[in-house]
Design a protein around this ligand. Structure first.
Ligand code: ACK
Length: 222
């Protein structure tokens, strides 16, 4: 078997450097800690949990999993469509191992996931697969009309039994609502930024100061 057919990773992506991982995890924890104490969150709790609970501890509700990263291409060791084409892209070969500054521009929480939106620069978009958004249309139909890079995110945690790829779908859903002109219900100005509610348990915190996160473009074999 030729080497190139055996050497494709589980996925390519930007892996946050250790120091900034800690910072992002702390920011996320602080946000969750504050969110579940807000009256507005309590008011919408029935949208968030089907169980007739009066309270939810969001820090317990979401499980963190592994090193923080922003997936570019999920390759599934070569089984995913377009995996080899992506690995062979000149930009991927040239930039492999380089460190980038990712801009984390928002945090979002849904009943399924908590994540950070990554706003990609023009340079970073050269590493973004052309069909990343289109691949999500079976789950989020409006994804086809969203700009390239809309799906870029860092998964910060998933509810029990939820797969991490859900985080990107949850982000696309919120962006699709914004694109339709739904601004979300402005709930509160928090220290970190403005918090808006998009219905069905979906919360978006637009960060006043985007978090700049150093991240190495690389891959994971797992
Ligand atoms: O949080 P994530 O972006 O969602 O990081 C993990 C990573 O790959 C390893 O599982 C993402 N992932 C899993 N399946 C897919 C898929 N079919 N398309 C895009 N990303 C995926 C997951």
């Amino acid at each position: 078997v030729p080497l190139e057919e055996t050497s494709l990773p589980l996925f390519f992506g930007w892996f946050l450097l250790p120091g900034i991982q800690d910072k992002v995890r702390c920011t996320s924890m602080d946000f969750l800690k504050t969110l579940d104490t807000l009256e507005a969150f309590k008011k919408h709790l029935p949208d968030f949990t089907v169980e007739a609970e009066k309270e939810v501890d969001l820090e317990q509700y979401f499980q963190a999993n592994g090193a923080l990263h922003c997936t570019t291409k999920f390759c599934d060791y070569g089984k995913a469509e377009g995996a080899k084409e992506y690995a062979d892209k000149p930009a991927v070969e040239e930039l492999y191992g380089s460190v980038f500054e990712l801009s984390l521009s928002a945090l979002f929480v849904t009943p399924r996931t908590v994540g950070a939106r990554v706003s990609l620069s023009e340079d970073q978009l050269t590493l973004w697969p052309a069909d990343a958004e289109k691949e999500a249309v079976s789950v989020v139909p409006a994804a086809a009309t969203l700009p390239a890079g809309s799906r870029a995110h860092v998964t910060l945690g998933c509810a029990e039994g939820v797969e991490p790829q859900q985080t990107g779908f949850d982000l696309l859903e919120i962006l699709a609502l914004q694109q339709e002109g739904q601004e979300g219900e402005l709930v509160e100005e928090m220290e970190l930024g403005s918090l808006a509610y998009y219905g069905k348990g979906r919360w978006l915190l637009s960060l006043r100061e985007p978090v700049s996160a150093q991240a190495c473009f690389s891959s994971l074999y797992g």
